[in-house]
Each structure stands twice: as C-alpha cells, then as structure tokens.
Write a protein that binds this ligand. Structure first.
Ligand SMILES: CSC[C@H]1O[C@H](OP(=O)(O)O)[C@H](O)[C@@H]1O
Length: 362
C-alpha cells in the first residue's frame, strides 16, 4: 500500500544488496516511518517478539525470510532455526504454517541449494499473501455495497478492532481490504477504529493506514463500540484473526469477543476476514485449544506517545506497585460470527462450510 504516494510491501528483500530483508518498525508508527534492515534470523525473531513486525500473515512471511537469511549463513541449521522462529509467538497459526511450508520446501534439498530455494519460497509466501488479501477485499466488498444500497448518500459505518490492514499482512490487509476497495470504488465509507488497548494497534496503526489512504475514520475507546451499536451507529463489524479453528472459532486481538457479544445483542453483522494461512484444521474448540499469548505487564502499565514538543516518551499510567495481566488475544465462538470472508469467497463460520471451501486442508 501507499505511504506519501510510494507503494510498499510490508516485507521485502533489499533492492540494493539483494539479500537483507526490509520491514517497517511498527513500534515507531505513527510518528516515524522507519524501515528495519534485517541481516540474520535472530534479528527477525526479535522483530516478531517485540512486535516491530506484527500481524498474523505478516509474521508468517517475516519468519519465512528469517529462514532464508539463516540458510545464507548456515544451511545445516534449518531445523534449529525453524524451531526458534516458530517459538517467537504462540497464537497466530500463520507462523507455524509458514515455517512448515519452508521446511517442506527445504529439508530434502542439498545444503548448497537451500539458500536460493529459501528466498524463492519466502517470496512465494509473500506474493501469495498479497494476492490472497486482495481477493479477500474483492469478496468483502459486496457486503459494503449492499449496506450502501440500503442507505443512499449516507456513510457505511464499519467498526474494526486492532490492525488487520496492510501493516498486518504483506499487502492490502484482511479486514481493511474490503474497506480500501469500497473507498476506492467511491462508496461513502466511515470506519470506527477501536484504539485497541494495550498496544493501541488501532489508534496507532489502523488510523495511520486509513489516514494515509484518505479513508474517513474516527478513533474510539475500546469500550465505546457497544454504545455505538446500541444507537445504530455501526452497520457492520469486520475484524481480522490470528487463527480460525475447523469449527469456525476465531482467535483475535483481546477485546474482539466483547465486540462480537455486543454485535449479536444489537443485530449487527460480525464478519471475520482471513486468508487460508490462518485456518487451523488441527484444532476444533478455540477456547480450550488455542494458546493465548501472555505479554509483558509493561504493555498495560506503560503508554508510549508523542509529547507536545514532539518527543516520543513512555510513561506509567497504572498506580505504582499495581500488577497487570496482559492476555494478548481472546477467542470468539463461531456462534457469534456472522461469516468468514476468505480469498475464495464468503462462508458461514461452520465446520461444514469451512471443509467445503477448503477440501484440500486435512
Ligand atoms: C490480518 S490479521 C492481524 C491480526 O494480528 C494482530 O495481532 P498482533 O497485532 O498482536 O500481531 C491482531 O490480532 C489482528 O487482528
């Protein structure tokens, strides 16, 4: 997507040296656009763990390039490097999916052939994600067009949680892809952007993306969504996801479950956008089986922002000595999900519909 008129993919091989890997440092956004130049798998692992690079599909693509960097250095280290990268974050299944795809492509090759093959496979994963997310946009667009047709000359109000835009993928995004396409097609779209405590992916990243693309939006406190739904201010909720089980349960950023409850209570359609790499057919019950990442207390107790005189500072916003808990995801049961927007089309969040759409997935 574009920043200041320049097109970017969220992860790419450096055009000058042809082997190092470039990714945005998302912990610096929205204040500074800084590209990291990563030269080994340890730097990639740190970027994923620290959330310099984040978003389910993007951390999969990033890890794939981490394997490619490692194969340049030591092709004998394939299994160890894959295990290390796979362990960086536990909830997004895209990470395991990408690592397993890299292992399948490389483990049978002679070591001398692994580096070139790893870069080729990582590039294929990245291009697959970009094309997949563009297709998600196309399949989500009719949902917004139908709402616009029912309320001519009024904005279609979409609520989204966290960041499932192009910053969370290689390009386009998942939940935001239909929004970009609707805006570009001239539909009057407005997005309620959940700030998404504690990491503020909505306030810092989704707002940055939508602003850069000229999409009208309003940042709201996470707890405001239910009120807006009660007062008819939300036409549809579209969120991304980090893992969807074979039964249709949805793991996503903490707070998503509460939005789904409010949406059901107010008759607001609740759609989840995902690429094939986010499906985990090995898991049935999301609440009991999906590992939920517990991140550091400091993400809750501290807040980073820009001072009035332009300095980026981190301050404590929780009473001294008070501990904090920080589960980074929750699971929305399939019964609360109106449907899934995939690269192959829209389906119900049911085991039958998922199996029919993805018969090749075991
Ligand atoms: C396109 S899926 C993005 C998904 O990943 C985010 O998690 P995080 O920011 O912790 O990487 C969030 O759950 C988004 O919905």
């Amino acid at each position: 997507m574009k920043i200041d008129g320049i097109w970017y993919r969220s992860v790419r091989v450096d055009a000058d040296d042809g082997w190092s890997v470039r990714m945005l440092d998302q912990t610096k956004l929205p204040w500074h656009v800084e590209w990291l130049r990563l030269t080994d798998e340890a730097q990639v692992a740190h970027a994923i763990r620290s959330m310099q690079t984040r978003g389910a599909p993007l951390i999969g693509a990033a890890a794939a390039y981490g394997v490619a960097l490692a194969m340049r250095r030591d092709p004998a280290a394939l299994e160890a490097v894959c295990a290390k990268l796979a362990a960086t974050r536990p909830t997004a299944i895209n990470l395991r999916w990408a690592i397993e795809r890299m292992l399948a492509a490389l483990r049978s090759l002679p070591e001398a052939a692994r580096a070139a093959a790893a870069y080729a496979e990582a590039a294929a994963i990245a291009e697959d994600d970009a094309a997949t997310c563009e297709a998600i946009g196309r399949h989500g667009l009719p949902l917004l067009q139908a709402i616009a047709a029912r309320k001519p000359n009024q904005p279609v109000n979409v609520l989204t949680h966290c960041n499932a835009g192009w910053l969370a993928t290689v390009d386009w995004g998942t939940a935001l892809a239909p929004i970009y396409m609707a805006h570009d097609a001239g539909l009057p779209i407005h997005v309620w952007v959940d700030e998404t405590r504690p990491r503020n992916q909505g306030a810092a990243l989704t707002a940055f993306e939508l602003g850069a693309h000229g999409v009208p939006h309003t940042v709201i406190a996470d707890n405001a969504g239910g009120h807006l739904m009660q007062h008819g201010e939300v036409d549809i909720v579209i969120v991304g996801t980090d893992r969807v089980t074979r039964n249709g349960d949805v793991a996503n950023k903490i707070g998503t479950y509460l939005k789904a409850l409010a949406a059901q209570d107010n008759g607001v359609p609740f759609w989840v956008a995902l690429p094939h790499s986010t499906l985990d057919m090995r898991v049935a019950d999301g609440v009991t089986e999906i590992p939920i990442e517990e991140r550091s207390q400091s993400e809750v107790t501290d807040l980073t922002g820009r001072t009035k005189d332009g300095r980026i500072e981190t301050i404590r916003v929780v009473a001294e000595h008070s501990p904090a808990a920080n589960p980074a995801f929750d699971v929305t049961p399939a019964r609360l999900v109106t449907g899934l927007i995939t690269e192959r089309g829209r389906i119900a969040a049911t085991a039958e519909a998922i199996a029919a759409m993805y018969p090749e997935k075991p």
